[in-house]
Design a binder for this molecule. Structure first.
Ligand code: UDX
Ligand code: ADP
Length: 479
């Protein structure tokens, strides 16, 4: 096989990874035609919306990149078959959630979408096609993709020569909220593959803007495992600092001071040491559980147990936050209004997958609380789906409902509206606007004695104290 040049790319999956990644590739490689396809018509329509504020993914800077490339060499389409047929390189960037039933349920990745993609590529590809795994996949998935593609090579459907394929792994390390920056200036690009021509072809695309020293080449399995391991290490740091935060609260230390003190050790480093309500997002939990499943599968139960604790600690931290809110509000939140500030799993994204806000809100609703939830980017329908219940109208509950302990939630379009009549404010996402709140103004709207629970260390503690509110901050012990 001879790969001459890559003139046309198809990316299957127009989600949080596929959309921004392809937008940046198209922006940086104007000579390559990049088509992002998705079976979800509404999603493609949103990517094609002339109003860039309607893009289906919110990422700072994404609108500018799309504005430059869309219609020039970047296209969004539902025509999966034709896009594959005309592509020299196909990226697979579809969802790989944790399986909910069957073998490996709760831990293994559900590969049905990846497999469907491989079959589509096998059906429609023409000539030689480089297939690139972009989705995070369990180790040795490339083998499954290869097997499906190779089966199609043996069964030509017409007189045309059978298509041929190279399979590469090119995991994406972008973080949501900083996706464009991460893509434009990555720490590294990782390409796993056995066929050097195919690896070179992909490396040449990134070389348009990434220094060659940052383009790493490994074998397929190392590349797949590196992605899982990177996420496991990052998540492990968060569980580690959250475990120390609980100890700080119990002993009178301050986790921010501890984080600063240990983070200045260059061997440890200062990043990813922010204690909080636990990690969320589509990757960390899923990837660790995947790793756990692999370790068990390969007869390494001790290794599996080691990584599983990172997830267990995270779940514990989320329940712990809900419990301590209840405890401080005199042991009951039944009928009490609590303003939840922030529902996305982190700032600068509208993504709520595995957001700590979901578990914490559900715990408080279970305790009978009346939640008023505000988020600058998450829509009320998304909250309803995540909480698996419709919102109630924003009215004061009847005394009977309070006594029955029925918890509910409503959407609040402003912070001021959320805190009106509230007994507590619970900050769960570090949106910048929450750093700038006028606590005197908000305290006047609340029912005393009122509390601020700051799980992200974003508030100015002096200003909160001056407003007469009680403050709890994650990892801050009482002197
Ligand atoms: C992560 C990885 O960072 C990225 O490389 C990979 O490609 C996908 O998974 P993402 O999930 O988008 O990216 O966000 P990230 O910034 O890593 O944050 C994950 C979670 O950890 C968030 O809930 C965040 O609030 C939390 N977090 C992060 C902390 O609680 N403390 C920290 O110090 C850092
Ligand atoms: P990620 O965060 O990994 O980007 P998302 O769930 O945001 O994941 O996006 C994955 C996208 O892939 C979804 O929009 C889904 O509709 C699309 N998708 C999944 N399977 C296929 C398929 N076989 N053909 C086309 N699109 C697909």
């Amino acid at each position: 096989m001879k790969i001459t040049s890559i003139d046309s790319i198809c990316c299957i999956g127009a989600g949080y990874v596929g959309g921004p990644t392809m937008a940046v590739i198209a922006d940086r490689c104007p000579e390559i035609v990049v088509t992002v396809v998705d079976s979800n018509e509404a999603r493609i329509a949103a990517w094609n919306d002339p109003d860039l504020s309607h893009l289906p993914v919110y990422e700072p800077g994404l609108d500018d990149v799309v504005a430059r490339a869309r219609g020039r060499n970047l296209y969004f389409s539902t025509d999966v078959g034709n896009s594959i047929a005309s592509a020299d390189m196909v990226f697979i960037s579809v969802n790989t959630p944790t399986k909910t039933k069957g073998l490996g349920a709760g831990q293994a990745s559900d590969l049905r979408w990846v497999e469907a993609c491989a079959r589509q590529v096998a059906n429609f590809a023409k000539g030689h096609t480089v297939v690139v795994e972009k989705s995070t996949l369990p180790v040795r998935t490339a083998a499954a993709i290869k097997a499906i593609l190779e089966a199609s090579q043996q069964k030509p459907l017409c007189d045309e020569p059978s298509p041929t394929f190279s399979v590469l792994s090119n995991p994406e390390f972008l973080a949501e909220g900083t996706a464009i920056r991460d893509l434009e200036d990555p720490d590294r690009v990782l390409i796993g593959g056995e066929e050097s021509e195919a690896v070179d072809a992909l490396a040449q695309i990134y070389a348009h803007w990434v220094p060659s020293g940052r383009i790493l080449r490994t074998n397929l399995w190392s590349s797949e495992l590196s992605k899982l391991t990177a996420n496991a290490f990052l998540a492990q740091r968060i569980s580690s600092i959250n475990s120390v935060a609980a100890l700080c609260e119990a002993t009178g230390a301050d986790v921010r001071e501890v984080a600063l003190a240990i983070g200045t050790d260059t061997r440890i480093g200062s990043k990813f040491l922010n204690a909080g309500p636990g990690f969320g997002g589509s990757c960390f939990q899923k990837d660790i559980l995947n790793l756990v499943y692999l370790c068990r599968h390969f007869g390494l139960p001790e290794v599996a147990g080691y990584w599983e604790e990172v997830v267990n600690l995270n779940t514990w931290q989320q329940h712990r936050i809900a419990s301590l809110v209840v405890q401080r509000l005199f042991g009951t939140v039944s009928g009490k209004r609590i303003a939840i500030l922030g529902f996305s799993f982190k700032a600068d994204t509208n993504d709520t997958r595995e957001a700590p806000a979901i578990r914490i809100s559900l715990d408080l609703i279970e305790e009978g609380a009346q939640l008023a939830i505000h988020d600058p980017k998450v829509e009320r329908d998304q909250m309803a789906r995540d909480l698996n219940q419709n919102e109630r109208a924003d009215i004061t509950p009847s005394p009977e409902a309070v006594l029955k302990g029925e918890g509910t939630w409503c959407f609040a379009s402003t912070v001021q509206g959320a805190v009106q009549g509230a007994d507590a404010v619970l900050i769960l996402t570090e949106w910048n606007e929450y750093r700038l709140l006028d606590w005197k103004e908000l305290a006047a709207k609340m029912r005393a004695p009122a509390w601020v629970f700051d799980t992200r260390s974003v508030v100015d503690s002096v200003k909160v104290a001056e407003s007469g509110l009680n403050l709890w901050r994650v990892g801050e012990g009482e002197d």
